[in-house]
Design a protein around this ligand. Structure first.
Ligand SMILES: Nc1nc2c(ncn2[C@@H]2O[C@H](COP(=O)(O)OP(=O)(O)O)[C@@H](O)[C@H]2O)c(=O)[nH]1
Ligand SMILES: [Mg+2]
Length: 433
């Protein structure tokens, strides 16, 4: 027997309106007890809400009877005046009526449990709430509308088709045609491997949009990294001095470039240092450089090449800074900027934005947005390939492989075996969703 929950669905604090959301079997009874009288379904009704003789507020009341509601249960919304005292009074009244404050993500969890959405869609709800860029919101909306779920369901259908062929073969072995399965189920599995490989090759894109594209500035000490970092984030975030080894820790700044979320990191100059603090900074700089989606190798005219070359790839951007001080090496390519005068900064921004578009703009495949999805795809692919290899020799074992692959895919959308992942998915939600 489920209880009836409520939560503030709008941000905590003072506001024009605060919305309390209710879900569960006692929703209608609670509305009656608050004095709302008869409230038509899905029509806003202005009501004076009371706790006993005390007036709580004049509120707009909305009823969403189950099963056609967000959670699938009877739901309601109280649109209150957004003062703390009003929200407090309404909440205490609901508690007095036996309702319980909801846990984080509990509304969406109920929606999932009542079949109103699958797991990937529930995750998309959380992503949409967290979205700060249009790209993040667009990706989350696509997932909410089922783009990801449909793709995975398509993969699963292909798998089950191949599995049916394998099982038919086990039940009715055809002595005449030992390679029959390789001809029927084989092509289905080959197509599936190809699709899974393509999805995995693209798996970074969704993560980069959702969590932010990671750009790291690296280079020699005193090259001008911190000055460039400040220029890019447009505030004096990092300390800039002529003293080599000024920056020791990694400094992160979140910004939006070209409509995408970006985390820009300033790092310690790459040199061997006897100072244990600086040495740790250099170790962190290297680790960040390796994990980055893009490195900006910051170089000053006349500086030695140093260690940065070991941490950059030809895909990274070379940025010659301090252009106001002199010419760079004409043989070397790269962008030319000055953090002091601002020269070349708009070209640098444009080059970064071009890279963001290249790496993040839409592909055919709905992006794999979470590590949880990626892990399941890897599992599914391994099982599909194992099954493919055993089609001719050991169809029973191949059948097992394909069943395992279908399981892995089913776990992404919650079609099967979900108990263990529910906590992982819903614990990251905010209360009221
Ligand atoms: N003239 C000039 N000096 C710069 C420029 N960028 C940095 N500097 C100077 O170079 C020195 C080292 O800069 P900093 O950003 O701390 O280098 P980092 O060690 O790579 O972070 C400081 O004295 C800065 O004022 C620039 O574009 N032009
Ligand atoms: Mg620095």
């Amino acid at each position: 027997m489920t209880d009836t929950i409520f939560a503030l669905a709008t941000p905590a604090g003072r506001g024009a309106i605060a919305i309390l959301r209710l879900s569960g079997p006692d929703t209608d009874a609670a509305l009656t007890a608050l004095g709302a009288g008869t409230v038509r379904a899905r029509v806003a009704s202005l009501r004076t809400l009371r706790q006993g003789p005390d007036v709580i507020d004049q509120a707009l009341v909305l009823r969403f009877p189950g099963p056609g509601s967000y959670t699938g249960e009877d739901c309601a919304e109280l649109h209150l005046h957004g003062g703390r005292a009003v929200v407090e009074a309404a909440s205490s009244a609901l508690i007095a009526l036996g309702l319980r404050p909801a846990d984080p993500g509990e509304f969406t969890r109920r929606a999932f449990e009542n079949g109103r959405m699958d797991l990937a869609q529930a995750e998309a709800v959380a992503d949409l709430i967290d979205a700060e860029t249009r790209a993040q919101a667009g990706q989350a909306l696509g997932q909410l509308e089922g783009a990801l779920s449909q793709t995975y369901a398509g993969f699963r259908r292909d798998l089950l088709k191949a599995l049916a062929l394998v099982e038919a073969e086990i039940d009715f072995p055809d002595e005449e045609l030992p390679d029959h399965l390789a001809q029927t189920a084989g092509p289905v599995l080959d197509g599936l491997s190809e699709a899974l490989n393509a999805a995995l090759a693209d798996a970074d894109r969704g993560r980069r949009v959702r969590e932010g594209y990671r750009i790291v500035l690296i280079g020699e000490t005193n090259a001008g990294k911190s000055a460039l970092f400040n220029a890019l984030v447009a505030r004096e975030a990092a300390i800039v001095t002529p003293i080599a080894g000024t920056t020791r820790d990694v400094l992160d700044a979140d910004l939006i470039m070209g409509g995408y979320a970006v985390t820009l990191s300033d790092t310690a100059g790459l040199r061997d240092s006897a100072d244990p603090v600086e040495a740790e900074g250099v170790r962190r700089a290297r680790a960040r450089a390796q994990a980055a989606d893009l490195r900006l190798w910051v170089r000053a005219p006349g500086d030695p090449e140093g260690d940065a070359a070991m941490f950059t790839t030809p895909q990274d951007l070379v940025v010659w800074t301090k252009a106001d001080l002199g010419a760079r090496d004409p043989a070397a390519g790269g962008l030319v900027v000055s953090a002091t005068t601002g020269e070349g900064m708009s070209d640098l921004r444009a080059a970064i934005e071009a890279r963001l578009i290249r790496d993040l703009a839409g592909a055919d495949f709905p992006a794999v947005t979470r590590e949880r999805h990626r892990r399941r795809l890897v599992e599914a692919l391994a099982s599909v390939e194992a099954g493919r290899a055993r089609l001719g020799s050991a169809p029973e074992l191949a059948g097992e492989d394909l069943r395992r692959a279908a399981d892995a895919l089913g776990r992404v959308t919650g079609a099967i075996g979900v108990e263990d992942i529910l906590g992982e998915v819903f614990s990251t939600f905010c209360i009221g969703k």
